[in-house]
Each structure stands twice: as C-alpha cells, then as structure tokens.
Design a binder for this molecule. Structure first.
Ligand code: PLP
Length: 636
C-alpha cells in the first residue's frame, strides 16, 4: 500500500485503504473530490449523494450528529434482490416450486424498517418471523396479505391464542414447535377455539457451521427438537388426527455463515429430514432454512467470520440445487423454500455518522536544548539516545523503552524525582516518534516493532456511545467498516483509535479492516481548527438499534430515514429526534419533574441561607430545566 505521507495521495488510494469499493457493494463509493457518496440505481441511471449533504440537510432540520441514517432505497434494493435472486436460481435450475421469504423481526424491529420491508416485499409476498409476543403483535399489524407469519421461540397460551385467532383473518400464522411442551398447548387451544392450527417443527441439524454462531446448531443447541422428540411429536399429531396441520420443517444453522460448503451440508441434512418425513406421510409443504446469509463486512470474500466466500446468487443456487437433488432422490415434491434472511436484508441500509470532539496525541512536549545537570545516569542516557548522533533504529528504541521502564521503577522506589521522570518519558516519546518516522521510510523493518505504530496512535474522541449505537463491536468483537466521510483526496497521516463518550475503557473502536488486513488503529486526517470532522460507520442495520443500551445514560441518537430521488435530491421520510435527558432518566426510574422540584428546593434553601441570590437561582433552574429537555450527546 502507498506511503500515507506521500504528496501524490489520490482518492483511489483512499478507496484502496478503506476498502470502500469492496464492502460498499456499489452502494457507497468515493467522489473525485474525496467525499463518500451513497449511490442508488434508478431506471434512468445511478444517482449519488455526498454523505456531507445528508449531514447538512439533517442539521438544517435541527438534527446534529450523532446521526443514524437509514437509506430507504437500499432497503428496497435488498428486499428485491433477495427475491429476484431466488426466482432466478429457481428458473435456471428448473426447481418445481417457489421461494417465499420472511424477515426475522428481531434483526431490526424499528417501525419504519418493518413498514418498508412489508411495502417493498408486497409483490413477493415477503412475510415476517416473530419470536416474542411484542414481535407477534407488530407483525400481525404489518403483515401483507398472502405472506407467511412464522412464529419461532417459546410460545405460551396467550401467544398461541392470538396466533390462532389471526387465522380467522386468513393469516398464515405458523407455530414452529421448539420444544415438545408447546404441542399440548397448541392442541388444547385449537380444540377450545375450534381453529385449525398451522404447525412447523424446528429440527436440530448435526452439520456444524463456522463463524461466531457455531452453537446455534448441533445437539446442544438450545432450540429445536432432537430426532427422538421429532418422531414423538409426529406420532402424537398423528394420534390426535392433526397430522394435516404439520406443514413446515424449520432449521436455523446459525447467523453470518462464512462458508458456502457448510451451508450446502446443513441444507442437505435439513432436506433429508424433509424427505423422510414426507415419505412417512407427513403432508409437509414448506422447508424453512432460517437465517445465515452473511454480510461481507470486510469486503474480502473470504471465510473470515466477518466475511463470506459466496455471493447472493451463489447462496440461492446452493439452496435450490441442494434441496432439489436431495428430495428428487426419493421422488418427493419440491417444497416451497423459505429463508429468514435478517442481516443481509437490513445491514446495508443504516449508517452512523458522528463528529470528532477532541484528539489526544502521544507527541513529546518541548524538550530542553541543553542537557540539564545532575541527571540520573539512565535519564542522561535517554537524552543521548534522543540526539541526532544516534540514528533511530529498533535497537535504540528498545534500549529507550527499557530505560523508561527502569526509570519508572526507580521513581516508585523514591530514587528518581518527578521532574526527571517527566523528562525521561518525554524523551522516550521523542525517540519513539523518530523511530516511527524512520520505519515509515523503511517499511521492511516494521516487523521488528509491530506494535509501535499502535502504541503511539492518537485517541480521537467521537460524539457517540459504542454501547448505544454499536453494541456488537463491544459484545462480540464485530468489525464494521469505519472511515472519514470527507478529505479522502488527502493522505490520512494520523493513526487513531476511536474513543466514545462513555467513561468506560471498553467504549472504543479498536478493530478496523485496512486493505486486506485487520488493524487496531484507523488512518485519519489531522484535524483542522474548528473542523467538523465526521466519521461514518457502515453496514450497521442489523441488531444494533435495539441491542443498544443506556450505558452512562447516552440515549438513542437522532434517526433520519431518507429516500434519494432520481433527480439527485433527497426526501427525509421520517425523523425521530434523539432521546432527551428526561427520556433516559424516565427509563431509569426517575421522574424528571420530581428531580426538578428537588433542585428547586435546594436552590430555594441556598437563597434563604444567602449562598446564592435570586438571579443565580433563576439561572441555575433555567439551565437545569433546559438540560432536561436537551440531548444526551455533545452539542457542537
Ligand atoms: C430463527 C432465526 N431466524 C433467522 C435469524 C436471522 O439470521 P441472519 O441475520 O443471519 O439472517 C436468526 C438469527 O440468529 C434466527 O435465530
């Protein structure tokens, strides 16, 4: 990769460094003047818009960073692409049935997202999957006609009653049995309400998949029936003369499956279950293969857990062909194919934009020109190492590092003063910086000091909370594409980790993909005075919004749903203002009015004691009241 200090840095170098053409999947790219663009296909041709214009448009509407932006067009494109790709694979392979997808609500439950998925999926009868009572309710109210409502997860009587009653409206609500205990409730309630249920069975396949969710399948998975339980449930349904209700077989191998051969193996096993049960006279119609279609977060099309070694057409072909081959062997009719693709449907649509508030640099402060007298011998040596006469080299650096650590020991033992320690540490930073500059000129030697660049990295403080907006980066080490949204025609000469606003050392982004390798630091530009330097975090539409929490009481950010138009303009379809301080206090059992009243009493008492005057009291209470209604984030 090109030297980042070079004067002839181009937009193409930035594209290569941040990998935007690989993970951007045609949705994000760079303009000639160094801006990140969101790009949307229209019949008239592609339209692109700089993200900086979206930020300006949001600010003009009163919504500052941090901003969560959903691009509706990208959601539409994903829903269409998923359905069209299956249709193509089915047509090309001569598969004798159809695809009918569902969106698993848990991957993004936000009202706007669900509403739009149903709207864009209407012509494909794209349905929903619900895993809790709250999800069932929102799914029932949003579901398109002729779409499926698949109910996974554990279900109680209330859940089952509502699902059964919805059948009276003609809704194809299918209860997927996860554990044998659910069956008796379904049988009892359907008899009582005199409504015929639609039933699915979730199986545990033994084929294992790689990635972060290997525990989802296999004997010890917490969901689904063992083969013995499966047979028992089938026999019970037969005995109850309810075998007709059993129409769907379900399995979920895991999320974000990186390897297509493992998907094929899992699908083959599921299709074998389907074939055998059909052979036994179970009138199955649907084979639901769950989620697992991965997103290439790092854009290198590999078996890395954040990537995948296949594309969407390849995924569809693998499923269609494998199911056809397996059921054909026993002359069983081809089932309707269902997948519950979550992250691959919504990841690309959402991005987080936040501004940098401050920077901490690990640079030496001013050093004395002449060596001070009476230095400890190790500090004196540090001084000498820093002089030009010593060429920077890994050996000199290691010597300076050892000196620094010994000087710290001596300080702890009371043998070196604070001022000498300060000088020694400052000298060490100077030596380290010179060594790093020398390594830039001699990249082959960097292997000897692999950590140096990261140890000297700046800390860029971002106006966001990892725990609220990007919880998976903290919880499971998820890596998302992160990059500045402007100045990409300039070399990013600094390396930084990105710290958030929480007072938590875990509140940081310290895992990035650069070129084709992982790095704990992100190349960034040095900040100009008063610059509103904005970083974008991309592909975050799956799981993040509802998994996020209130750590340090940073609330939901401003959210804008945006639609690009063919003429290059954009509409803000929906704007949801960020949580106010009062909102987050309410969520943590405080009553903001009561807090205000307590503050008022305190101020009143202070006036009585003559500690503050009435004007100061008023100023304090006005400020308290305004802050209650204000944002939990920094205003710039
Ligand atoms: C039953 C079920 N279906 C679908 C999904 C969505 O998976 P993905 O986001 O990988 O498509 C999940 C998530 O783990 C799941 O548990």
């Amino acid at each position: 990769m090109k030297q980042r200090s070079s004067n002839d840095w181009t937009v193409a170098d930035s594209a290569e460094l941040y990998g935007i053409d690989r993970w951007g999947a045609g949705n994000f790219c760079l303009s000639e003047n160094g801006q990140v663009l969101v790009q949307v296909e229209f019949p008239e041709g592609p339209v692109s818009l700089p993200l900086s214009e979206l930020v300006a448009g949001a600010e003009a509407r009163g919504h500052n960073c941090p901003l969560l932006i959903r691009i509706e067009n990208l959601l539409q494109a994903r829903v269409e692409l998923l359905n069209e790709s299956f249709a193509k694979a089915i047509a090309e392979s001569g598969y004798r049935n159809r695809y009918q997808g569902v969106f698993p609500v848990k991957v993004n439950q936000q009202a706007e997202v669900i509403k739009e998925i149903c709207r864009f999926g209407k012509s494909y009868s794209h349905g929903l999957e619900a895993g809790s009572k709250a999800e069932l309710l929102l799914a029932l109210a949003n579901l398109n006609e002729n779409s499926l409502l698949i109910c996974n997860g554990y279900k109680d009587r209330e859940f089952i009653d509502l699902g059964l009653l919805s059948r009276k409206l003609g809704i194809d609500c299918i209860f997927v049995i996860e554990s044998p205990s659910e069956l008796s409730i379904i049988i009892d309630r359907s008899r009582e309400l005199q409504i015929t249920p639609l039933i699915g069975l979730r199986i545990k396949v033994s084929a294992k998949v790689g990635g972060l969710w290997t525990e989802t399948s296999g004997d010890r998975s917490s969901f689904g029936l063992s083969t013995a339980q499966l047979i028992e449930v089938v026999d019970q349904l037969r005995q109850e003369q309810m075998l007709d209700c059993l129409q769907l077989l379900h399995c979920h191998l895991g999320s974000q499956i990186p390897d297509i051969t493992e998907i094929r193996a899992g699908v083959r096993e599921a299709a074998r279950f389907y074939t055998e049960l059909s052979d036994e006279g179970v009138p199955l119609r649907y084979l639901d293969l769950g989620g697992g279609l991965a997103v290439d977060y790092i854009g290198n099309q590999s078996q890395h857990s954040h990537s995948r070694n296949y594309d969407l057409p390849g995924y569809c072909r693998a499923i269609v062909e494998t199911v056809a081959e397996t059921v054909d062997a026993k002359r069983v009719p081809h089932p309707v194919l269902i997948t519950e693709s979550g992250r691959a449907t919504v990841a690309h649509t959402t991005l987080l934009l936040f501004n940098i508030l401050d920077v901490l640099q690990f640079e030496p402060l001013a050093l004395p020109e002449r060596r001070p007298d009476n230095l400890h011998q190790l500090v004196a040596e540090q001084f000498a190492l820093n002089l030009q006469a010593h060429q920077p080299s890994p050996a000199n650096y290691k010597r300076a590092l050892s000196n620094r650590d010994q000087i710290r020991d001596l300080f702890r033992a009371g043998e070196v003063s604070l001022r000498q320690r300060s000088l020694a540490e400052n000298l060490f930073l100077s030596i380290a910086r010179k060594t790093l500059a020398w390594l830039d000129q001699n990249p082959d030697v960097e292997t000897e000091l692999p950590q140096l660049r990261h140890q000297l990295a700046d800390i860029y403080y971002g106006n966001f909370s990892v725990f609220q907006s990007l919880p998976d980066t903290w919880a499971i080490g998820q890596v998302y594409p992160v990059m500045p949204i402007e100045r990409l025609n300039e070399a990013p000469t600094r390396d930084a980790i990105i710290s958030d606003l929480t007072c938590d050392c875990d509140g940081k982004l310290a895992g990035f993909i650069l070129g084709h390798s992982e790095s704990p630091t992100l190349p960034v530009h040095s900040l100009d005075a008063d610059e509103n330097y904005i970083l974008g975090v991309f592909l975050i539409g799956a799981y993040q919004e509802t998994l996020g929490d209130l750590h340090n009481l940073f609330g939901d950010t401003n959210v804008l749903s945006v639609k690009l138009n063919a003429d290059g303009s954009f509409d803000v379809v929906r704007e949801t203002p960020a949580d106010s301080v009062a909102d987050v206090l309410l969520q943590t059992e405080y009553n903001p009015q009561e807090l205000f009243e307590r503050m008022r009493s305190r101020a009143e008492a202070a006036v009585r004691k003559g500690v503050i005057n009435l004007q100061e009291r008023q100023q304090l209470l006005n400020e308290f009241s305004t802050r209650l209604q204000g944002s939990t984030y920094f205003n710039h």
